[in-house]
Design a protein around this ligand. Sequence first.
Ligand code: AHR
Length: 629
Amino acid sequence: VDITVSSGGGNATNGHQYGFLHEDINYSGDGGLYAELIRNRAFQSSERHSSSLDAWFPINGAQLSLNNNPSAPLSDALTTSMNVAVSKSEGTEVGFFNVGFWGMDVKIQKYTGSFWVKGGYTGSFTASLRSNLTGEEFGSVSIPSQSQNDQWTEHSFELTPSKSASNSNNTFAITFEASGVSGDSLDFNLISLFPPTYKDRKNGMRIDLAEALEQLHPTLFRIPGGNMLEGNTNTSWWDWKNSIGPLKDRPGFSGVWGYQQTNGLGLMEYLEFAEDVGMELVLAVWDGLALNGDITPQAQLQEFINDALNEIEFIRGPVDSRWGSLRAELGHPEPWTLKYVEIGNEDWLAGAPEGWDTFKNYRFPMFLEAINTAYPDIQVISSGSVYDGYDIPAPGGGDYHLYAEPDTFVSEFSKFDNVATPHLIGEMASAHPNGGSGWNAGLMPFPWWGGAVGEAVALIGYERNQDRIIGVAYAPIIRNMNRWQWSITMLQFAADPAMTTRSTSWYVWELMAAHIMTETLPATADFDPLYYVAGKNEKTGGHVFKAAVYNSTDGADVPVKLKFEGAAPGTEAELTILTGPENAYSINDPFTGINVVETSTQTVTSDEQGNFQFNLPNLSVAVLDSAPK
Ligand code: AHR
């Protein structure tokens, strides 16, 4: 394929092409990115999930029970506590332990913990990290009791084990002298333990997962969902107000993926994470439609529009505004930047066709007008696209989601070439194998190489239109291998960080995002089986060429002759080529050490006519970048 790239006449890109959606699915929030080690730390309940003693076990005959109706709960938000009844034989150390999110990683590092307790107790509490298999204690700390009979008291501690555990099958225990208890029992609530966190944030993110995401060079962060935003019913959507402030004032959330959530990973934590990684926000606001098809009538919608305006003010309002001052009080006086606000999530799906009709008839137009009146610079985005049958009113944008076979991604290469309305690709991933029955074929067990190449073709198509494509988000991003609902994710993990693995897609998205263009440039050749985009990066001074080969004739290599007009002959460039077996998904596997993605990097030099010449194998993804080193 002979390609000549013009020296001008292209389109400026917007600089935030690649990113991801986060919602709590697959225990990717609680038990995942959110670094809290204690599962079921506050015995929270919700519309769909009742409070339980899940993950808690007694030590030395203590009787554990839920205290669902204490006369004085810890807070209005956390009403259920764990009652620990003891029989007072002199000298017996009793208590309880938590098994974490299917284990806990124990290392010689500082853990920070706290718990609330109510009940008369003279003595000390012991907090310890132990092996669940042998009972071996890796470290403990003694915490003098300040507990009182009639009020809740918080106890905080730091715990540095003297020994690392050889595996993650470990527990966290709190014990105390039964004889020191003045009544028959003590009540505990909000029992929390954090390892060191990403960028040392209090209540922050798990380091290995945050770093693996950061290494994708993401510049776009869509929060808080996905289905999580919508909630199961009109009374159980992800309410941002429940997710801010002290943990004891966060009631938790009726997770839509089958488990209760803590609200610990709340709006501020999301915003801080975006700030730490350097990601542009796409904030989704609740728009009056829930997953069960509940629709808010027009006459009642204003309440939720006001709520969205309050949320926007909380994020970017001045410190002397009502909600901006609360943000300052919570520790972030500086407003965050917020330029993209999405209205709802997949409104074409829940409760269709009424849900979608009401979105088009009044919900989107009302939100659009209210938000742009108050914030004319915000790009308001419909949760559906022009391809979902919506002629989106200007200046609104659209959101297009695609979970599909790789062939579909390839067939949609030109999908946005002639779409004037700006669009976010808010969720995408190759999810189903070619040749199956599409969505009904079920998800693949892991992302696989052929799927990743299909995604690359689509990404190249989106990047060619990056003057109108706001950005592209992979979804969902992480999966706890102990409990999950969706098998296609960028990262897979368990309690032990050594088990965190990067999928085939991770390698493709990392490569694409590492080489940003500030301007795309027109180029000469047709597409298929080579799909490509070319441009330049004014900041680095380099030319960039991104390509994928999908289904070449007889699987032959594709010879490429590439010339950037105006570039001097003899220019050096770095050429990175990713390859892999089409159906392989044994990702960078911790059990076998096998990574099916092969990366080759070489320096290539343009010839006397200014041509770079190289071969790209079938099912490869490649980037050439001539930025001076
Ligand atoms: O990413 C998983 C789910 O797929 C999202 O929650 C939803 O928006 C989509 O249907």
